[in-house]
Design a protein around this ligand. Sequence first.
Ligand code: KIV
Length: 262
Amino acid sequence: MNILEFRTAKEQRRRLAMVTCYDFWSAKILNETAVDMILVGDSGAMVMHGYEDTIPATVDMMCAHIAAVRRGAPKKFIVGDVPFLANRSDLATNMGCARRLMQAGAHALKIEGYDGNGEFIHHLVQSGVPVMGHLGLTPQSVHALGGFRVQGRGQEPGRKILQQARGLEEAGCFALVLECVPGELAAEITSTLNISTIGIGAGVHCDGQVLVLHDLLGLNQGFKTKFLRQYMNGAEQIHAAVENYCRDVLSSAFPGESETYE
Ligand code: KIV
């Protein structure tokens, strides 16, 4: 997938599949799958580093993850998240952060929210950096939103998100993540915009979907939410595999003769 193919996909109504990834070996596996693009999300602060939210993510942290994913998935289009407040200083400082994230290996950057981001997004796009927007539940604003909760319910909040989506398209975004908004609102935004919408907890009418890899693999056992579909029970399977290994070591069943040098 390259940037030009997003428009074709929208025109042809071909759905886009995106997953998050933060490390080299997972990226190597994803490189051989049908996923259209990989998001090196700031959710890595939670998934890989154990923080409660994405606020501790830094440009340094994001660069390390982006570089590892790029090495593992050279065939995939990689979107890197601009972490907490790295887009909220003066333009020169913001551009410095963007430069580092792109030079780490991202093909595009994702920026949360609309208000106050217009100039930076416009400048990035004019500078040759593809930008993906992100509206609805924007986790970097979790404290302002009063928690991780559905956004855009009701006429006025829905109208505001639709307006912001139009603003992001005008600013030059090539795609837009819609997180935890009612399905009807996501459908309206998707049919209104000429750019692709990528939903997470936003229903089936978005142009594409994104999930956190560890959630869809069932590795994050405590995390159950309405929009999540688990495609395997990864935590249980890994637990069972390591228990079997321990059993074999304790009973001297491992290593066997074929696993031993002569
Ligand atoms: O950081 C992230 O993983 C994200 C997705 C959940 C959209 O922003």
